[in-house]
Design a protein around this ligand. Structure first.
Ligand SMILES: *Cc1c(COP(=O)(O)O)cnc(C)c1O
Length: 358
């Protein structure tokens, strides 16, 4: 029996990388491949992007960094979650650059003698209240030149809270704070922009950008035409087709009631496959060139769609329905489920069979 199937197009990830690089011609374009490349497979993606000229990669954890280092011997790898209580030697051994997030990190790094070679990055919080030194802590570090010099600081980063909202005042506030950090510091590389941040303009791009979601086709400009190309498609087989001979409710909780004559298709995918249950009664799947609305609650392994508008000849048991396809983008499904493309991307089809196009 065929199952949920995911296709990941590496050619398009490379194309998106080039598009982003063209948007920020004066900066290096780094690739964020944490969470197994946003669920799409870090190995294939990192190999392909390295081949395309990407020289800077970001992962979240030491473990991810070690896995990436075993693939790519030459490239620069930053570990966003910092030391996370691991010994600095572990980073040194795999030639990983930790993004230090706290004074605990800083003191541990400073105490390890061998750190000076590759250096470290420091994250300063300019408005997320998530990770990083506070601005005051960073100023304190700046005034302790002995400590600062012991770190071999290579990159200063911060992260934008509202980059996908180009009109948000938060962006300018964070930019101003970020610019202020380097007052009185010697020349040091800086990185502020995630995917959406790249589109806020050249003053947000600094030396190095950190592109994640946009590489994988998520729209960095919600509400506008997506400047990226779709990377992923996900499909699942139609298990059963039925026609209602009387008005009937569909699925758990009987949340949808359909008229007599309605034709329904049952598709072999559900929330256990990462299809969002929140999209119940709201999203669409693509069958051929048609869109069929999801009716009733999304079940664990199944969804029902209304195919009454499709020609009877257009659909057979065993055909594949696209959960993500040319007519249903990741962002469309995310909107129906009241979430963001990132979550759809990292959840959908992890359990299915994956085909990688290169
Ligand atoms: C995940 C992450 C990114 C990538 O963000 P996208 O919006 O996916 O481009 C960049 N910087 C940091 C610190 C992150 O945690």
């Amino acid at each position: 029996m065929r199952e949920i199937k995911r296709t990941i197009n590496l050619n398009i990830i490379e194309e998106n990388f080039r598009r982003l690089q063209n948007r920020a011609p004066s900066s290096a374009m780094g690739a964020v491949v944490k969470a197994d490349g946003y669920g799409l497979g870090m190995t294939a993606i990192a190999n392909r992007l390295a081949h395309a000229g990407c020289r800077h990669f970001f992962v979240a954890t030491l473990k991810e960094g070690q896995a990436l280092r075993s693939l790519l011997t030459e490239t620069t790898i930053f570990v966003l979650n910092g030391l996370s209580s691991y010994p600095p030697q572990d980073f040194h051994q795999a030639r990983l650059i930790p993004v230090l997030n706290s004074f605990d990190d800083i003191h541990a790094w400073s105490a390890a003698a061998e750190v000076t070679e590759l250096g470290c990055a420091i994250h300063v919080d300019t408005g997320m209240q998530r990770l990083g030194l506070t601005i005051d802590e960073f100023e304190a570090l700046k005034s302790d030149s002995e400590l600062l010099n012991s770190l071999n600081l290579k990159l200063l980063i911060s992260h934008l809270a509202c980059a996908e909202q180009s009109q948000s005042e938060m962006n300018q506030t964070q930019l101003r704070r970020f610019n202020g950090l380097s007052d009185g510091l010697p020349e040091i590389s800086r990185s502020l922009a995630n995917s959406s941040g790249i589109f806020l303009g050249s003053n947000f791009q600094f030396n190095l950008c950190r592109a994640g979601a946009a590489l994988y086709g998520v729209n960095p400009l919600p509400g506008q035409t997506n400047p990226m190309q779709p990377v992923v498609s996900v499909s699942a087989p139609i298990l059963q087709i039925r026609q209602l001979n009387q008005a009937s409710s569909v699925g758990y909780g009987a949340t949808a009631t359909m008229n007599p004559g309605t034709r329904l298709a049952t598709i072999a995918a559900g929330y256990a496959d990462g299809y969002p249950r929140q999209a119940s009664n709201l999203s669409h799947v693509q069958i051929g060139n048609w869109l069929a609305p999801v009716v009733g609650k999304v079940s664990m392994d199944l969804i029902s769609v209304d195919i009454s508008d499709l020609p009877v000849s257009a659909i057979c048991v065993g055909d594949m329905a696209d959960l993500i396809g040319p007519l249903v983008s990741i962002d469309d499904l995310a909107a129906a489920a009241n979430t963001i493309g990132y979550e759809i991307l990292t959840n959908l089809g992890r359990h299915g069979e994956t085909q990688t196009i290169d």
